[in-house]
Design a protein around this ligand. Structure first.
Ligand SMILES: Cc1cc2nc3c(=O)[nH]c(=O)nc-3n(C[C@H](O)[C@H](O)[C@H](O)COP(=O)(O)OP(=O)(O)OC[C@H]3O[C@@H](n4cnc5c(N)ncnc54)[C@H](O)[C@@H]3O)c2cc1C
Length: 329
């Protein structure tokens, strides 16, 4: 099979590279810094949209199809690399909005239901991954599978000849390829002209040090969430700030997130905030994922704009791009 260039080494780029390599492609992945440092690292790792009925059909389809394969995918990556992405079916306890008419319609349509719970509705099948570990494992896995990773190389535009993209221009050198897949997250519109602009939507998150018995399910309330990791660390997120590529975190948000968690689990008021960070979700005006062929060149594909759901949509997004490219050949 032909050469493929994947632009961006977040969860979308690395899963796409993995899937293309498994289909027999010779894959090179370029990242402007190091892989696995941006939104995919910063996210919470919940393998479901937060209130799925608020999203379009494609988001739900990609998410549900990915949920079906996630556990097995993580097991396979663990077996192949020895690195554990910590897939955990912790369930999600939704404290609000589960009884709205749109929620009921969605549950009927997707034949999903919750278990009544004293504090709301428990969606017992919702899982999480420890995303920084998933990314570390994915990087090792794709290297093992023959993907060439080139870091510290910023793509600046497409090269073309006779109506075809022939490769990309970077701040280092040109790279030529038969196919190009754009997986550059919140930066996609920084180097490529897209019909719908992708822009960063900053999210801040904190992690508390606690005990594994304190919170056992992911908890969602008023758009914010609490995610208990296996080792007792508890993530609390997140904000939605349309402020460009500004990475700063602020004391008020740190306090608000800590208060949010303490109001639902009193004991967390005493927990230490171990870390506070931000990340840039790849957002767009429509909030719809951009998945498919780029309108200006037939051999360029988009896999970007996953907004709040890139971790949970990644496996199926990667599969669909791979199918499109392999059917071309
Ligand atoms: C606080 C927060 C919480 C979240 N929680 C969840 C969650 O629980 N579940 C979920 O599913 N999603 C969640 N998300 C969303 C999810 O993280 C994103 O949708 C997903 O990570 C997007 O993946 P990506 O690979 O497209 O982007 P990124 O991980 O940002 O990767 C893009 C990569 O492209 C590289 N790049 C960019 N431009 C160039 C260029 N010109 N040349 C070369 N390389 C380039 C970057 O360096 C980067 O490595 C969350 C996001 C945030 C910020």
């Amino acid at each position: 099979m032909s050469d493929c260039l994947v632009i961006g080494g977040g969860v979308i780029g690395m899963m796409t590279a993995r899937s293309l390599a498994l289909a027999g492609a010779k894959v090179t992945l370029l990242d402007q810094q190091q892989c696995a440092q941006e939104s995919s690292w910063a996210g919470g790792g919940i393998i479901s949209p937060l209130y799925p009925w608020k999203y379009d059909d494609l988001t739900n389809e990609l998410s549900i199809a990915s949920q079906v394969v996630y556990e097995q995918l993580c097991d396979q990556i663990l077996e192949d690399t020895g690195l554990d992405p910590e897939y955990l079916k912790s369930g999600l306890l939704m404290m609000d909005e589960f009884n709205t008419p749109e929620a009921k319609i969605w549950m009927q349509k997707y034949r999903l239901d919750y278990q009544p719970h004293a504090r709301g509705a428990l969606f017992a099948d919702i899982a999480q991954v420890r995303n920084p570990r998933l990314l570390k494992a994915l990087k090792a896995d794709i290297i093992n599978k023959g993907v060439t990773i080139i870091e510290q190389t910023r793509v600046e535009g497409l090269l073309s000849s006779n109506g075809y993209a022939t490769g990309v221009k970077t701040n280092q050198q040109d790279y030529l390829s038969d196919y190009i897949v754009v997986c550059s997250g919140a930066w996609s519109s920084e180097w490529l002209s897209l019909k719908e602009r992708v822009f960063p939507m900053k999210g801040q998150m904190i992690v508390l040090k606690s005990d594994p018995s304190v919170v056992t399910n992911i908890v969602l309330d008023q758009g914010r969430y609490i995610i208990p990791r296996k080792d007792g660390r508890i993530l609390v997120g997140s904000t939605m700030q349309n402020v460009g590529f500004d990475r700063s975190t602020d004391e008020q948000t740190r306090q608000d997130l800590h208060d949010f968690a303490s109001q639902r689990f009193e004991v967390l008021a005493k927990s230490k905030v171990e870390c506070h960070w931000s990340g840039f979700r790849p957002a767009s005006k429509s909030s719809k994922v951009m998945l498919g062929r780029y309108d200006q060149f037939n051999n360029v594909y988009l896999n970007t704009g996953h907004f709040r759901n890139g971790l949970n949509m990644a496996p199926e997004s990667a599969k669909r791009i791979t199918q499109l490219i392999t059917h071309e050949i």
